[in-house]
Design a protein around this ligand. Structure first.
Ligand SMILES: Nc1ncnc2c1ncn2[C@@H]1O[C@H](COP(=O)(O)OP(=O)(O)OP(=O)(O)O)[C@@H](O)[C@H]1O
Ligand SMILES: [Mg+2]
Length: 249
């Protein structure tokens, strides 16, 4: 029953190194994300979560397999128009925010838009509207050190959603936040998914946050081992007793 997925990853493989030190990290990843879905990606350290995000974000090439994201098709080769993918395809959110300290919240967001080719007056307006969407409309002139950790992460989210990208990639976005700010961030993610129709793929090590996503994927042995929360929890618990069936697709 394929609806039009915003993201479809097919049989993606990626390893590092050669000879005896060769490490096969991703070994046939298949996954899809629908518009407006918040999906949590979990798995042990070193299993390839960041590698997968980097390939989806067009920062790293796969060894084989393919990705389609909105109108972009890529995988083994970097998309020809990588700038376009960054501008219109994916926004990134990182654990440590990556904001410029000497710029206001609004200028941090506007600069990113300008770098992607948006004229400066449009960028200003786009930045303000993105800050409004994350509930920081009244903090637009504050610099990062005048904001709390949770507010800084919201500025980073405003920057990622400015320019109406269909997919946000978030690599441990709550890693530097306290529990309450982490939960607020999840609430904001849900609002963005519901109101703006954005899809979010979020890596987290926190099972409580993952349980609040619409769906959880478990990356294990180079494959996506489960694709819904109950199934994933079942497998996470019995993982050594049961052979993974590979999850539903
Ligand atoms: N550029 C690289 N060169 C060689 N090996 C790499 C490279 N990038 C990642 N790896 C290896 O690939 C594996 C997966 O790394 P990755 O960073 O994707 O894991 P992760 O699931 O994000 O882990 P964590 O939860 O600790 O962030 C690791 O064994 C890592 O050492
Ligand atoms: Mg990682």
């Amino acid at each position: 029953m394929p609806v039009s997925s915003v993201l479809r990853v097919s049989n993606l493989n990626r390893g590092f190194g050669s000879g005896v030190t060769r490490l096969e990290v991703l070994q046939g990843i298949d996954m899809e994300i629908q518009p407006g879905e918040l999906v949590a990606l979990m798995g042990p350290s070193g299993c390839g979560k960041s590698t997968l995000l980097n390939i989806i974000g067009g920062l790293l090439e796969a060894d084989s397999g393919s990705i389609s994201l909105a109108e972009f098709n890529y995988g083994m080769a970097h998309p020809k128009k990588l700038v376009d993918l960054r501008r219109r395809g994916v926004g990134w959110i990182f654990q440590d925010f990556h904001l410029l300290d000497h710029l206001s919240a609004k200028d941090n967001v506007a600069l990113a838009l300008e770098l992607s080719g948006v004229p400066s007056d449009e960028a200003e307006a786009g930045a303000q509207s993105a800050l409004d969407k994350v509930g920081l409309g009244d903090r637009s002139t504050h610099k990062p050190d005048e904001l709390s950790g949770g507010q800084r992460q919201r500025v980073a989210i405003a920057r990622a959603i400015a320019g109406s990208r269909p997919l946000l990639l978030a690599d441990e976005p709550t890693g530097n936040l306290d529990i309450k700010s982490g939960e607020e961030l999840l609430q904001l993610f849900h609002e963005l998914c519901e109101k703006e129709g954005i899809s979010i793929l979020m890596v987290t090590h926190d099972p409580n946050l993952a349980a609040k996503a619409n769906r959880m994927l478990l990356l294990r042995d180079g494959k996506v081992a489960a694709s819904d929360i109950k199934e994933a929890w079942g497998k996470a618990v019995d993982i050594d007793q049961k052979e993974s069936a590979g999850g539903e697709t």
